[in-house]
Structures are given as structure tokens and as C-alpha cells.
Design a protein around this ligand. Structure first.
Ligand code: NAD
Length: 495
């Protein structure tokens, strides 16, 4: 019998056993098989990792490295991820059940994030400020914060970790990552590649474990300069309160309940594919899932027919199989949560047009059929709350004003899709939608170059693009008196 592989933490450039001596299993959600065991981290392990990160931050080998050289290291890391992409994609697909072809796609694009922030590394600069006194030189610099704590979810572990890691390193921070307890393996592998790329030991550390133990300990640690979190709104709220009370910053990328709006002048065939991509890709386990679909009354029937027709033919199965279109939910509770919401929808009066059943797809895993709910309205919990599964609620509307009101009537504001061939309407509606990302005639597009931000309960702070640099630096203003004149009056404010 082969032994289950055990993963330790990765601290200070070394694999380190957990101080508790305990490990927990990671389950393949397609088959329920145990993939490996990960170290169960706690406050002691977090403290060790933060101390290693702090030592690396203060070490001249990292602190005094030129910005250009930091860029070289990030470029090398991007190359290494590219060289190991297939292994990482397979590990991630087995761990969270997402399609191998989806993970291959994510991995193929991942080096670009490192190249982007590598390019930016030596373009981060302050400015000189003309104050009212010509004898004063006033300039600003952007400094790294220190040790950044990164807490990430299970749905796209490497991509969502990279959104934090690449900019944080590009400006000279060091990082402690607490990955999701459901997907520890690829982030640990990433930390090994960081070391291989030439970053000093301790620049990136990984402590695995549960949210209430390792996650909480990281968010509470006194030597953390910032928390960058992606996950649920409930956990984000707790972290926001905690970090605010200690006057440290947080970047929070949280949940969503995004509208996908199909106007009467849309290409309905394309819109139907956009709706399918928005909610059934990745089995709906994306923060940006287009889970609320609004179709103009005149195209409602056609859209419904196209979407349900495609939903019925979606091939459910082994995520490692190239032909599979829908893999399992990431773990049993998640599958039960999705099933519970569909049952709740039924009891609220929703009609299940297609799907609505859990299945093991003949593999023993945690699958749920692609599901379309109709006869729903904005007051139902299935329309208001994030389900995080392959469940679309499709609703008709009559006017642009009405659909804008419905689309914006949500606590979330992460993303929105608009399908129309009317240019004026496209921009007008984009302007009125309360969401940080708007897709017109497309859905689920992402680039390291394009900033994103959750509005309302979907988050605080910006990821990607140049703007995110501000999230990982602090601004210092330096005043230099170039005059040697005697100080005239010490009791007045100088300018
Ligand atoms: P989660 O909040 O349960 O967990 C996220 C991470 O936080 C995990 O690593 C977990 O261990 C940790 N955690 C849990 N409790 C904690 C605590 N008290 N203190 C510190 N850390 C704690 O979320 P999840 O179920 O892993 O992920 C799904 C959620 O993530 C969804 O709501 C989804 O919308 C959101 N998400 C958002 C984005 C985005 O960019 N906005 C992207 C992906 C996922």
C-alpha cells in the first residue's frame, strides 16, 4: 500500500513540520480519494513564519536589492511557473476539481502576471513637489510595507495568490501565505519555485491549515503590516474589523452575485454562450459568476431555450478528462450548500427548468448538475445570496431603467455583464451599474494589466494593474532645507 504524501509548511526556505505535529487530509472532490496530508498550522507556526519573513525583509540581501534586480527575480519566477505549468495545473485540478483545461488555461497565463510586475518593479517612483519655498526640496518615495499576510481561497489558488504575491514582491515586501485548507499543495510548490528563482529564504513563506486557526493567527499577528485577503464576505468583514482596529491596511476581494443582462438588441446566441460561461464554467465556483441573469422580455424565451439546451448537454465528469465540461464542487459541504440553496429556491416558489440534482457522476465525487431556475424574483434568497455553484436564476425585464434598478439591488458589486449591439446603451448602462468590472458582449475576462475592485460588500482595494502598487507601499514625504540661512522664527509653521 502506498503511503499518503505529507506536506510540511514552507518557512524560511525550508520544509518545516507543524508545531502541533498534526496533519489533515486533502480530498480529491471528483473521487473522494485522499490526495495528500497538509500540516495543520497554528499560532506558533504563523509566528515562526512571520519572524522568518521579517528577518528576510530586513536582510540587506533583499532590502538593498535594486528594483531592477527584483524585477529579474520575478521574471525568472514567471519562467519557472511556465516550465512547471502542466504539473501545477494537474495538482490544482485534482485538488479543487476544476477542469484541467481551465487550470491549464490559468497556468498558461500566470507567468504574464509575474512579467507584468517584473516590468513595473523599476518604474515605481516618487515625485518632487514644488512647495511655496524654493529653498526647500520636497520629494516622495514609495516604500514597501514589511511583512504582508496573504489569505486565499480554494477556487483558483495559484491565480488568486499571484494577484497578491507578484505586486507585493515587486515593491520589496516579504510575504506569509495561508492558502485554503482545501488546496494547499500548489501554493507550497509555488513557494519552492520562488526559492529556486533566487528570492532569499523567508521572502515567501507558506503556513497551511484552517481559517480559524492559521488564518486567524496570521490576521492577528502584531508584526504583519497588511492583510491581503480573497474569500467570503463574512470572513472579510472579520478581517477588516480586526485590521482597522490595529491601523493596518487590508485589501479584500470578496463575494459576488453578479448580474448578466441581455438586452433585446443583443446577439442572443452569443449572449447565451456568455450566460453559460458566466455560471457553468468552473461549476459556478467563481467570485464573478453571473448568477443573476436578466433577459429582456422579447428575447427571454429564446435565451432560456438556448441556455437550458446547452446546460442539458454539458458533459459532467472527471476534471482531468479533456472532454469534461463540468467537474465537481470542491468539497462535500460546498456541494451540500449548493443543493440546499436549490431546495430553498424550490420552497420559495422557483421552478427548476433543468438540473437540480446532486450526482456522483459515477466517480464517487461531489457533483451537481448545471441548474436553471425561473419564476424567481429579486427578493428570494437564491437571488440575493451567493451560492457559489452552477445555479443560474433567469428573470425577464421590460425596460432599461427597470433592469438597472434590479441589477443594482444587491449587497454585492463585483462584476456585471451586458449584452447589446447598441453602443450608446452599452456605455450608458456600464456607467450606471454598481460593479467594479463591467463586461460588454463578453464575460469572465481578466488580465494583469486591468485593475479590478469590488464595490459595496464585494471588497475594498484594487488588484491588478498599476494601481495595486499603492496597496503594497506606503508614501513618504521628505523635506530638505537647502538653505543655510538662520531660522528666523521657530514658532511658526514653515511651508
Ligand atoms: P472563506 O472566507 O471561507 O476562506 C478564505 C480563506 O480565509 C481560507 O484560506 C480560509 O482558511 C481563511 N479563513 C477562514 N476563516 C478565517 C478567519 N476567521 N480568519 C482568517 N482567515 C480565515 O472563503 P472560501 O469559501 O475559501 O472562498 C469562497 C469565497 O471567496 C466566495 O465568497 C467567493 O466569492 C470569494 N472569492 C472572491 C474573489 C474575488 O476576487 N473577489 C475571488 C475568488 C473567490
Amino acid at each position: 500500500m502506498s503511503e499518503t504524501k505529507r506536506h510540511h509548511h514552507f518557512i524560511g526556505g525550508e520544509h518545516v513540520a507543524p508545531s502541533s505535529g498534526e496533519y489533515f487530509p486533502s480530498i480529491n472532490p471528483a473521487t473522494r480519494g485522499v490526495l495528500y496530508e497538509a500540516a495543520r498550522g497554528g499560532a506558533e507556526d504563523i509566528d515562526r513564519a512571520v519572524r522568518a519573513a521579517r528577518a528576510a525583509f530586513e536582510d540587506p540581501a533583499w532590502r538593498d536589492l535594486s528594483q531592477t534586480k527584483r524585477g529579474h527575480l520575478l521574471r525568472r519566477l514567471g519562467d519557472l511557473i511556465g516550465e512547471n505549468a502542466e504539473e501545477l495545473a494537474r495538482m490544482e485540478s485534482s485538488d479543487n476539481g476544476k477542469l484541467l483545461r481551465e487550470m491549464r488555461g490559468q497556468l498558461a497565463g500566470l507567468p504574464e502576471y509575474y512579467y507584468y510586475y517584473a516590468g513595473l518593479a523599476d518604474k515605481i517612483q516618487g515625485s518632487t513637489i514644488p512647495t511655496s519655498d524654493r529653498r526647500v526640496l520636497n520629494y516622495t518615495t514609495r516604500e514597501p510595507l514589511g511583512v504582508v499576510g496573504a489569505i486565499t481561497p480554494w477556487n483558483s489558488p495559484l491565480t488568486l495568490t499571484t494577484s497578491k504575491l507578484a505586486p507585493a514582491l515587486s515593491v520589496g515586501n516579504t510575504v506569509v501565505i495561508k492558502p485554503s485548507e482545501y488546496t494547499s499543495a500548489t501554493v507550497l510548490r509555488l513557494a519552492e519555485l520562488v526559492l529556486e528563482a533566487g528570492f532569499p529564504p523567508g521572502a515567501v513563506n507558506v503556513v497551511t491549515g484552517f481559517g480559524a486557526e492559521a488564518g486567524q493567527a496570521l490576521a492577528d499577528h502584531r508584526d504583519i503590516a497588511k492583510i491581503s485577503f480573497t474569500g467570503s464576505t463574512a470572513t472579510g468583514a472579520r478581517i477588516a474589523a480586526n485590521t482597522a482596529s490595529r491601523f493596518i491596511g487590508s485589501t479584500l476581494e470578496l463575494g459576488g452575485k453578479s448580474p448578466n443582462i441581455v438586452f433585446e438588441d443583443a446577439n442572443v446566441a452569443n449572449a447565451a454562450m456568455g450566460v453559460v460561461a458566466g455560471i457553468f464554467a468552473a461549476a459556478g465556483q467563481t467570485c464573478i459568476a453571473g448568477s443573476r441573469v436578466f433577459a429582456h422580455r422579447s428575447v427571454y424565451d429564446e435565451l432560456l431555450e438556448r441556455v437550458t439546451e446547452r446546460a442539458r448537454t454539458i458533459k459532467i465528469g472527471d476534471p482531468l478528462d479533456e472532454a469534461t465540461e463540468l467537474g465537481p464542487l470542491a468539497f462535500e459541504d460546498q456541494r451540500d450548500k449548493v443543493a440546499g440553496y436549490v431546495d430553498l429556491g424550490r420552497s420559495e416558489g422557483a421552478k427548476v427548468l433543468t438540473g437540480g440534482n446532486a450526482t456522483d457522476a459515477g466517480l464517487g465525487g461531489f457533483f451537481y448538475e448545471p441548474t436553471v431556475l425561473v419564476d424567481v424574483d429579486n427578493d428570494m434568497r437564491v437571488v440575493r445570496e451567493e451560492i457559489f455553484g452552477p445555479v443560474a436564476a433567469i428573470m425577464p425585464f421590460e425596460t432599461e431603467e427597470e433592469v438597472l434598478r434590479l441589477a443594482n439591488d444587491t449587497e454585492y458589486g463585483l462584476a456585471a455583464g451586458v449584452w447589446t449591439s447598441n453602443l450608446s446603451r452599452a456605455h450608458r448602462v456600464a456607467d450606471r451599474l454598481e460593479a467594479g468590472t463591467i463586461w460588454i458582449n463578453t464575460y469572465r475576462a481578466m488580465s494583469p494589466m486591468s485593475p479590478r475592485q469590488g464595490f459595496k460588500n464585494s471588497g475594498v482595494g484594487i488588484e491588478h494593474g498599476t494601481e495595486t502598487i499603492k496597496e503594497y507601499t506606503r508614501l513618504k514625504s521628505v523635506w530638505v532645507n537647502t538653505s543655510e540661512d538662520p531660522v528666523a522664527d521657530p514658532f511658526v509653521l514653515r511651508s
